[in-house]
Design a protein around this ligand. Structure first.
Ligand code: ADP
Length: 500
């Protein structure tokens, strides 16, 4: 059966409340019954004392009536006066009871063999023997002659002038079989009414509580549906009074926020790509049109245009290749072919590859090993040689482009417990602190005009970071521009060692 969460919650509340009631109701039942019995006994004692007081000093007939137990079976209070030898002097049946209070009915009782109790037996009863000693006493016993029903007895002494016990007022009242049936009908109805009201109130409260708990979930479901239909601006209200639901709501809002940010980043990326592609394409189109307009006939002009077209095409191919790497890195589809590579050896090889352009720019290139780092053992990383070469080349290329003549580029290597750390440091102008957090973003350039002249379009560092991260490493940049003159920029990346 498919039940909604709020129905399940209401049902659970009801089950808990019913279980509670199942424990409490019998207890309340027993207590109320006991209270009612106690009040009945107190009543009977008060009545017995009153009668005893009224009889004090009066001369009563002496009689030898036997005590009838059977008479006690009929409801009401049965009143008897006993003499000190246990014989019944006066017997009054309860109104509507089986015994007529007229003396004529008495002889029949005397002959009642089944219900008859001898005077000695009557005197042996604890409440009667207590009354003989001058104390009012009560007792409850089940009486077989009254169908096994419990009977409440009260015995009160009637004192003579010399304070001796002359008679005993002996009251008997049959009790209900169970505590519940002992209660009068209005009390029973009231008890059931209170139970029903409690159940009704509990259901109402359960419904309200369940509704309060499930409302945020319903809102969340509604919002998730809207997000799935493309409404990324949707958020849900967060009610801090229920911490679990509040954290769920906050997590949902954080999720939609990051979805919005990712969506904006994607839109910005597409806009940037279009913009970057448009420039070389415009140059190409212009060159083609100029050639078509007759420049093709001029040999020198044609050469110049074709060279420019070749450069722009080269730039386009490079950019498309870069974008492809970035997209693959994002999708985790770089398909790295990993093998153990000595990072120091690779750094040396790449520095050598850059020797010629570095010499042209009068920049010194150094590959340095931290003391204590033994190659072949400590600088091994598990990496794709081509991809790692590309990452290192990007850093060296940048360092070279930004180094002034006479500057120095240093590549250092260090081994830490869980990683091999590589630094590419230059003595160029460095990167202002305000720009540092963004330099790994796609198409980000600190000075766009300068970089376009230099040929970069702001993808180099984004690719480097994508490649390093794909190898399980991380990269960051530091620079002390304005603080220390000529400190340049330092790019630090680390990779997990192949021995891990
Ligand atoms: P590009 O492909 O244009 O070089 P990069 O992603 O490699 O782009 O670099 C982003 C920006 O970071 C560059 O435009 C430049 O402003 C800055 N940058 C990178 N390397 C250095 C460096 N060694 N010294 C100073 N600025 C640098």
């Amino acid at each position: 059966m498919k039940l909604s969460l709020s129905t399940r919650l209401v049902l659970s509340y009801l089950v808990v409340i019913l279980a509670g009631m199942a424990v409490i109701t019998p207890l309340a039942w027993v207590s109320i019954g006991d209270l009612y019995l106690a009040s009945q006994r107190d009543n009977l004692i008060a009545q017995a004392r009153l009668i005893a007081l009224a009889l004090q000093g009066s001369a009563l007939p002496s009689s030898q009536q036997a005590y009838s137990q059977t008479a006690n079976a009929s409801p009401g209070i049965h009143t008897r006066v006993l003499d000190a030898r246990g014989a019944v002097v006066i017997e009054l049946a309860a109104p509507g009871g089986s015994l007529d209070s007229t003396p004529a009915a008495l002889p029949s009782l005397v002959q009642d063999a089944t219900g008859g109790v001898t005077p000695a037996e009557v005197l042996a009863r604890p409440e009667v023997s207590q009354a003989l000693q001058g104390k009012t006493a009560s007792a409850t016993r089940r009486v077989s002659q009254a169908g096994g029903k419990p009977v409440l007895y009260v015995a009160a002494p009637v004192l003579a002038a010399d304070d001796s016990v002359s008679q005993i007022v002996y009251l008997a009242s049959p009790l209900a079989d169970t505590r519940w049936s002992a209660l009068p009908a209005p009390l029973q109805a009231g008890f059931i009414g209170v139970l029903a009201l409690a159940l009704l109130l509990a259901s109402g409260m359960g419904f309200l509580l369940a509704n309060r708990l499930t409302r945020p979930l319903r809102e969340l479901r509604q919002a998730a549906e809207e997000v799935s239909h493309g409404n990324l601006g949707r958020s849900v209200p967060v009610d801090p009074s229920i911490p679990d639901l509040a954290s769920l709501g906050s997590a949902f809002n954080r999720m939609t926020l990051s979805l919005r940010q990712a969506d904006q980043a994607k839109t910005a990326f597409i806009a940037d790509v279009s913009h970057e592609l448009r420039t070389p394409l415009t140059v190409l189109k212009g060159s083609i049109e100029t050639l078509q307009d007759g420049a093709a006939d001029d040999l020198a002009a044609r050469e110049q245009f074709l060279t420019s077209m070749g450069q722009e095409t080269e730039r386009l191919i490079r950019m498309v290749g870069d974008l492809l790497i970035l997209t693959r890195a994002d999708a985790g589809m770089l398909n790295l072919i990993r093998e153990p590579i000595g990072l120091f050896h690779l750094a040396q090889v790449r520095c050598e590859a850059f020797t010629l352009p570095a010499r042209k720019r009068q920049v010194r290139l150094l590959a340095d090993l931290a003391p204590g780092l033994i190659p072949q053992e400590n600088d091994l990383v598990l990496a794709d040689a081509d991809r790692l070469t590309r990452a290192l080349d990007n850093l060296l290329d940048n360092a070279l482009r930004y180094s002034p003549p006479g500057g120095t580029i240093t590549v250092t290597l260090e081994r830490e417990a869980q990683r091999v750390v590589c630094q590419v440091k230059d003595t160029g102008p460095g990167i202002p602190a305000a720009n540092l957090p963004f330099i790994f973003d796609r198409f980000y350039r600190v000075d766009p005009s300068r970089d376009r002249r230099e040929g970069g379009c702001g993808l180099g560092l984004a690719i480097t970071r994508g490649l390093i991260q794909a190898h399980g490493g991380e990269i960051f940049a530091t620079s002390q521009v304005g603080q220390v003159e000529g400190q340049g920029a330092t790019f630090t990346f680390w990779l997990p060692p192949s021995t891990l």
